[in-house]
Design a protein around this ligand. Structure first.
Ligand SMILES: [Zn+2]
Length: 339
């Protein structure tokens, strides 16, 4: 069953996505190179359609989409199979060593995330059952829409793209493709927006039922700061082109990567306890770094540099008195408990 592990599945899926992106790029390149400049759109489509290479590329595109659907189905079937066997032979829940917490979107509580979010889902299921049920319905609906969108590619191909390519109506082909991806994009935006609105509605409901409670902070008092990790997770050079060509992330991921690498992460510091620096990241996830030591020779008036197990961590704060507070807490704590 190792062949069906999530990792392998993800690899296969991103390979397919990469091939898909490559084929689309190849088609664009073909259209570019076959059609001489100044050709009428009607004849241009005919030229592309006549070229056996573009026919092959369209067949490959359809094949890749089918394979993607197949993979998706396999994963779904495997998940169902695991669910059934899991019910028959329940395994003891293994605790992950590094605890990561996530802020509950409804009650603001810190919830242990658990393996693959199990703890987090458990909290939602037991504490906010109405929200949980509505989330499940929403996810199923979004999944169905997504599968419908994928399947919709075939009628588009058969009814619009292929006839248009035979008669050489390049404009119709273009509108077909643009319309198809436009629908996908719109649905994604609408889905994200409706999910947000739903979450806000439940949160407001919960806040009405419960008196407002503020997040309480530890010895670092909720100081807003910026963190930068040096030589943290290296960029995986082997899979980078794969990931960059993923159709969904084609535009998004380079930007995300860029910001993650070259800008400092805004966080809210919570506490330093037992050698760990705890903070809330931008997404409200409560998480920590294991600190080995202070690096005073690299620190300055504007920043504190800490030694991690691998690499270092730089902390900056908006104002200098906040940074001094952090420096005091860290230096006393680290001197008290030498590693
Ligand atoms: Zn909650």
């Amino acid at each position: 069953m190792k062949l069906l592990s999530l990792k392998m599945w993800r690899r296969a899926m991103s390979l397919l996505a990469f091939l898909f992106g490559l084929t689309v790029l190849y088609l664009i390149y073909l259209a570019w190179s076959i059609v001489p400049g100044g050709t009428k759109p009607q004849t241009a489509g005919g030229l592309v359609a006549k070229d056996p290479r573009s026919v092959l590329a369209v067949i490959a595109l359809a094949g890749e989409l089918l394979a993607g659907l197949g993979l998706f189905g396999t994963r779904l079937a495997y998940f169902a199979y695991e669910k059934v066997t899991g019910l028959r032979h329940p395994k003891p829940v293994t605790k992950s060593l590094v605890l990561s917490f996530r802020r509950c979107p409804i009650c603001n509580d810190n919830v242990p995330f658990g393996s693959l979010g199990r703890g987090f889902r458990g909290h939602l299921r037991s504490e906010h059952p109405d929200y949980w049920r509505s989330s499940m319905r929403w996810s199923v609906a979004m999944g169905a829409v997504f599968v419908g969108w994928l399947i919709g590619f075939f009628p588009l191909l058969v009814l619009v793209i292929v006839p248009a390519s035979r008669t050489g109506e390049a404009a119709i082909m273009l509108y077909g493709f643009v319309g198809y991806f436009g629908i996908g994009f719109t649905v994604t935006i609408l889905g994200a927006w409706s999910g947000r609105a739903r979450r806000r509605r439940f949160r407001e409901e919960w806040q009405e039922q419960h008196p407002l409670h503020e997040r309480t902070y530890g010895n670092l008092k909720g100081i807003p700061a910026k963190l930068r990790v040096r030589t943290g997770v290296p960029v995986d050079v082997a899979t980078l082109p794969l990931r960059l060509l993923h159709p969904v992330l084609l535009l998004l991921e380079p930007i995300v990567l860029l910001f993650a690498r070259f800008s400092m992460r805004k966080v809210t510091l919570d506490k330093f306890e037992e050698g760990r620096l705890w903070f809330y990241d931008r997404f409200g996830t409560f998480t920590s770094f294991e600190i080995k030591n202070l690096l005073p020779e690299q620190s300055s008036a504007e920043r504190i540099v800490l030694e991690l197990k691998k690499g270092s961590l730089e902390i900056r704060a908006e104002n200098s008195s906040d940074l001094e507070t952090v420096r005091n807490v860290l230096s006393t704590a680290i001197i008290k408990t030498p590693a």
